[in-house]
Design a protein around this ligand. Sequence first.
Ligand code: T4K
Length: 371
Amino acid sequence: MDSKILVTRSSMPSFEEYCNEIKEIWDSRWLTNSGVKHQTLEKELSAFLGVSNLALCVNGHQALECIIEVLGLKGEVITTPFTFVSTTNAIVRKGLKPVFCDIKKDDFTIDPEKIEALITEKTSAIMPVHVYGNLCDDEAISKIAQKYNLKVIYDAAHAFGVKRNGVSSASLGDASMFSFHATKVFHSIEGGAAVFKDSENYALINQWKNFGINGEELQFFGGNSKMNEFAAAMGLCNLRHLASAIASRKEVVMRYRERLEGIKGLTLSAVQKNVESNYAYFPVVFDPAVFGSNRDDVLNALGKQGIGARKYFYPLTSSVIAFGDKSLVEKTPIAENISQNVLCLPLYEGLGTQNADRICNIIAALGKESL
Ligand code: T4K
């Protein structure tokens, strides 16, 4: 058993495999700007996800900002505050106003029934998050989007490889963003991708991520969001081992479920129907009155044993001081309640069931039932 366990740990190819992959880069001295590794990874990921129009970016956050630029969003964007800060930051940094919608209790994704009441004449898009890899209710969301002529952009940072009824998460909405950060199920050290429904947007993002350059023309003021060749090489290696990485995570998730499901006062994320999961995160929601200990008690007890669970996602992004409106969080009471009580347990390739048992033993011992 590991003495120190963090909330996650990057999957790695063998040292030799990575060295072999980067040898070509060393020889050619072509290090970035859409080199061979970049092009190969784009093709392999498109084939893996079953989509066209996939553009690699330096990270997921930049991919999201580029998507907003490419789609020319204006005014207000309906989104969820129960996410990593990146989602809200991208909206605000692009000069738009985030309008926060509450989430569902069972899978923590945006509640489509609460979206329509938030639509105004300024709304240009809905930006839901497939949080923890749980897929949003795309059918309901796209119906609303069609009715009001809105764009749908998914923050799919957690949902790489997830499918519903065999349909890839990457094919939902007008665009999706994936994160390939070191902490993700699939990673390229830092990295990300934007996937678009329409092919003209693929050409546009390649311009936006490269200063706006198109041949000799400078049509607009783009940024620099290109993925480098060393990152793409890591992505190529990790893609080869993705299936075994997911299988290893699944084993841990199954053990967590088996051990924690029956404990009163603990709520686990719902298993979504017909969804092939990537086992990205394992959130547990604690009801202190029923369980006997609160989320922070559990966090501290695990910490004392060298185990680092994390409060993903606390606080809500709507609590950002810069909004200057503390009451914003009260507008999404379910999100606020989950955020106050949720803890993500360690989960990574190779964690193993013995470590999962140790974590479950510590948690179970804090509950009323064990007293
Ligand atoms: N949207 C959503 C919903 C997201 O969750 C994210 C990113 C984004 C957008 C933006 O995508 P990117 O621009 O990042 O591609 C981490 C990640 O940095 C962040 O990518 C991720 N979400 C977020 C949920 O988690 P922190 O602040 O928790 O990371 P940190 O440094 O505390 O690392 C957590 C644990 O991971 C460490 O305890 C150990 C392990 N780790 C970390 C690093 C950096 C490794 O094993 N290897 C590593 O290289 O944000």
